[in-house]
Design a binder for this molecule. Sequence first.
Ligand code: AP5
Ligand code: ZN
Length: 245
Amino acid sequence: KRLILIGPPGSGKGTQSPIIKDEHCLCHLATGDMLRAAVSAKTPLGIKAKEAMDKGELVSDDLVVGIINEAMKKPSCKKGFILDGFPRTVAQAQKLDEMLERQGVKIDKVLDFAIDDAVLEERISGRWIHPASGRSYHTKFAPPRVPGVDDVSHNNPRSNSVSFINANLVTKNLVTAFPPFSPVTGEPLIQRKDDSAAVLKSRLESFHRQTQPVINYYSKKGIVATLHAEKPLADVTDEVRKVLS
Ligand code: AP5
Ligand code: ZN
């Protein structure tokens, strides 16, 4: 399958992607993740992208089309892919169509993560990310769980196992007071530089002005499935599964 995930910042694209990836063996191409990696490695591309990203504006079409063009050459992307955060302008969508036409393939489904703007600030301000894997957690909606510690209340047989993380720091209730750690690797989680209320406003503005028209572009092709992205995480996963089954 070849899928596109479109939705405003915090709508759950990056949260559902790894689940879809695992269940369908697809490659996950997130332009935001790729750009952030380029910024932290200070590559020429990262240096060009940084200013727009810090302001919550879109990076130039040429730059992201170039990244996607390169990424799609990976052998693992030949069977299918999830595009998370691309295309974000009608010009990008047209370029993508040209690329796919050359390969003789087309997009199967566009998942539209529909959600009210009002919900997004809480989603964004509580987000913590594990930089190496890109996994996202949320202080309230998806707290990092410490195996053997958070499981105590559920009478988990492993509840006496020694945790590799300082358990006092990462109990559910204290998670907001400290930078939490990945329950998988124990490494510290970080917050994204553009996850402030002010930058969110500008990201939402560019979503409505530049990306919403992309949904209309694909609606005309009859391949858009609209999700209730404001529902709890597991409910959204169920909706995604129904659409893809
Ligand atoms: P990008 O990284 O794509 O950011 P974004 O589109 O703003 O989206 P987010 O990553 O913030 O949201 P998400 O939907 O993935 O949310 P998540 O699942 O983490 O882009 C960043 C920047 O790069 C752009 O501003 C631009 O500058 C540049 N860029 C990227 N692509 C570009 C392109 N194509 N063209 C030009 N420029 C480009 O969820 C958020 C939080 O909510 C998490 O903490 C999660 O745990 C929680 N959560 C998720 N689902 C639920 C749920 N159902 N209920 C409760 N909580 C939930
Ligand atoms: Zn994301």
